[in-house]
Design a protein around this ligand. Structure first.
Ligand code: NIG
Ligand code: FE
Length: 391
């Protein structure tokens, strides 16, 4: 927790009132204390370090609410096959499970810390990290522990999700494995998990299996999230509304009825556009269906080796804007406030007084350039808890 005055901000977006030009932000002990015009900066702030933004636009830190950042090995063969015409299949997950099980704790910690640090360089200040490439109780707990430790080393606000129900591991009986996932929930809680997720889809888990796992997870005090309607329409979005999940993610095959139900149940709809590109599904229209139904939208990277090898929130946001057709403000809100809503947090994703002092200095004097300038580093500096990092 640090104190900091960010001065000479070209344009400040707080999500409370209009953008302020030539602005300043005062963070005390990691919390936003004041924002306004630089010329109106209050006197008597004491001996607080200053950061000169040099006219850069400032946004709330990005909230990446869906990642699978703990893995070892590579899926480059899947990638090469896919760009030669093969379809994405969740069966590829098993090769990442084998490589991840073969890696040591220290190797996984180094790989994950590197990925989370790269996320922070691209402006992510809060990240959700799922397990899901271990698929035994012991391995899954290890991945949750790695995620928490790596989050600390990368100086990110980190929350972890138990995804033992990613796929049924090779050679395992389905019913036995679902029992094992349910039986592992207390260990996941002990390992610090706040959430339970299920990949509910063809080739993964059925609606009944997902309902059983998530109902039990709630009894153990975990918040609920789902991979829903990614590869096919299964009814997973309606299950997310029935269970009042915090978010339903992917949603490529969502219907208008599903979208209205998600909105009414206050389930955040998390878009992961990098997956639509990287898996080559090229499905984009669900974003507008969800927006038009009044859903709260989040945008996340879904960083994983199979369908989204990408640590950059700006890249995900550019696709949300240019390919999915969301406007600039909707996109920026989804990557900040929307991610916060998906994680059921009110202290992040905005820069109102009392918010966490997490922000990004954009490498331009206008925030829309995060979306409009492709192939460049969109962020010059990230501040977490009032501590400037990078630069
Ligand atoms: O979010 N959908 C399930 N899980 C990941 C992909 C995992 C993988 O292919 O390794 C996803 O797309
Ligand atoms: Fe995912």
């Amino acid at each position: 927790m640090a104190s900091l005055i960010v001065r000479n901000v070209g344009r400040l977006t707080t999500w409370h009132g209009p953008v302020v030009e030539r602005a300043a932000v005062v963070i005390r002990d990691g919390v936003v204390e004041w924002t306004g015009a630089d010329a109106d900066l209050p006197a008597g702030l004491g001996d607080v370090p200053e950061l000169d933004a040099g006219g850069a636009a400032v946004l709330p830190g990005f909230v990446d609410s869906h990642t699978h950042a703990v893995w070892a090995g590579s899926r480059r063969e899947d990638f090469v096959g896919r760009v030669s015409g093969a379809d994405y299949s969740p069966h590829g997950i098993s090769s990442t499970v084998a490589a991840t099980r073969a890696a040591s704790y220290d190797e996984l910690l180094a790989l994950t810390t590197e990925r989370l640090t790269e996320m922070r360089r691209h402006g992510t200040t809060t990240v959700e990290v799922k397990s899901g490439y271990g698929l035994t109780p012991g391995e899954e707990v290890q991945l949750l522990t790695v995620a928490r430790q790596a989050g600390g080393l990368a100086q990110l606000d980190t929350t972890t999700t138990y995804l033992g129900a990613h796929v049924v591991p090779a050679g395992r009986d389905r019913a036995d494995y679902v029992d094992e996932v349910v039986g592992s929930l207390p260990a996941a809680v002990d390992a610090g998990a706040h959430w339970c997720d299920v990949f509910c889809d063809d080739g993964a888990f059925s609606l009944d299996e997902a309902r059983r796992i998530l109902t039990s997870a709630r009894e153990h005090g975990l918040g609920l999230r789902m991979h829903a309607e990614q590869l096919s329409h299964t009814g997973a979005a309606q299950l997310a509304t029935e269970l009042r999940c915090a978010s339903a993610d992917h949603l490529d095959h969502v219907t208008e009825d599903d979208a209205r139900a998600l909105a009414a149940a206050d389930v955040v709809a998390t878009l992961v556009p990098v997956v639509s590109l990287y898996s080559r599904s090229m499905r984009w229209s669900h974003a507008r269906i969800l927006r038009d139904a009044g859903c709260t939208l989040a945008i996340a990277t879904d960083c994983n080796p199979g369908t989204a090898w990408c640590e950059s929130m700006p890249y995900a946001m550019q696709l949300a804007c240019l390919a999915m057709g969301l406007d600039v403000e909707t996109t920026l809100r989804a990557a900040t406030l929307g991610g916060a809503a998906a994680l059921r947090r009110t202290d992040i994703g905005h820069l109102g007084v009392g918010a966490k002092g997490d922000l990004v200095l954009v490498s331009s004097d206008h925030e829309s350039d995060v979306l409009g300038h492709l192939g460049t580093q969109a962020v010059i500096q990230t501040v977490v808890d009032g501590c400037p990092i990078g630069g």
